[in-house]
Write a new protein. Structure first.
Length: 211
């Protein structure tokens, strides 16, 4: 079974997906981590993230694997480096390249083959798994999303985080490939006023109703 979750940054996709995977015994897969890993690799090697050809060539030269649910670059775990402000600033730009999106899509589908998974990330419900058994689109007020991100990025001003989120929303919605939008048949959940447990319960109830 494939459960796919889409939505803007800070809407609760990762937190909820991890918890539901734990409760249901599914494999958790964050597609956005692949783009973040390619972005991190480019930054580590001094490649200008705006130089699409060099970023793409570098992406082809590295190997991304998932080991015990953690993202590894060429065998080295980089999970704790995927959400730095630098990666946040450039991952949308990197992920806008259709060539890199195609690489990630193929990798994710291969990992998911024959498994019960819950996956989340930009265009998960529209492009990667348009035929998922269940599709969700999480949304939330930008101010609330900024508050949530602030907890993960101590030291950064909330105003700066909000500005970055709004810019990320704009870029994600205007992408030439994999633009952010609600998929056909997706269940839309506004998580602004909901607790983690409340959202999990809504998703799990939907899962139970399909079985």
């Amino acid at each position: 079974m494939v459960i796919a979750i889409d939505g803007p940054a800070g809407s609760g996709k990762s937190t909820i997906a991890r918890e539901i995977a734990r409760r249901l015994g599914f494999y958790y897969l964050n597609t956005g981590s692949f783009y973040r890993a390619y972005t991190l690799s480019a930054l580590d090697r001094g490649i200008d993230p705006e130089d699409r050809d060099r970023v793409y060539a570098n992406a082809k030269s590295v190997t991304i694997t998932v080991e015990d649910g953690l993202i590894c670059l060429d065998g080295i775990c980089v999970e704790d480096r995927l959400h730095t402000p630098e990666v946040d600033a450039w991952c949308s730009q990197v992920s806008a390249d259709p060539r890199i999106r195609a690489m990630v899509n193929d990798s994710v589908r291969e990992l998911a083959h024959g498994m019960d998974i819950i996956t989340e990330g930009r265009d998960t419900t529209t492009v990667i798994f348009p035929d998922a058994d269940l599709k969700f689109y999480f949304d939330a007020d930008p101010e609330v999303r900024a508050q949530r991100r602030a907890k993960d990025q101590p030291g950064m001003a909330k105003e700066a985080i909000l500005s970055a989120i709004l810019e990320r929303d704009r870029m994600d919605k205007e992408k030439e490939a994999g633009a952010l939008k609600v998929a056909d048949g997706a269940i839309v959940l506004d998580t602004t006023l909901l607790t983690i447990n409340q959202v999990c319960e809504k998703v799990i109830q939907a899962v139970k109703s399909t079985r």
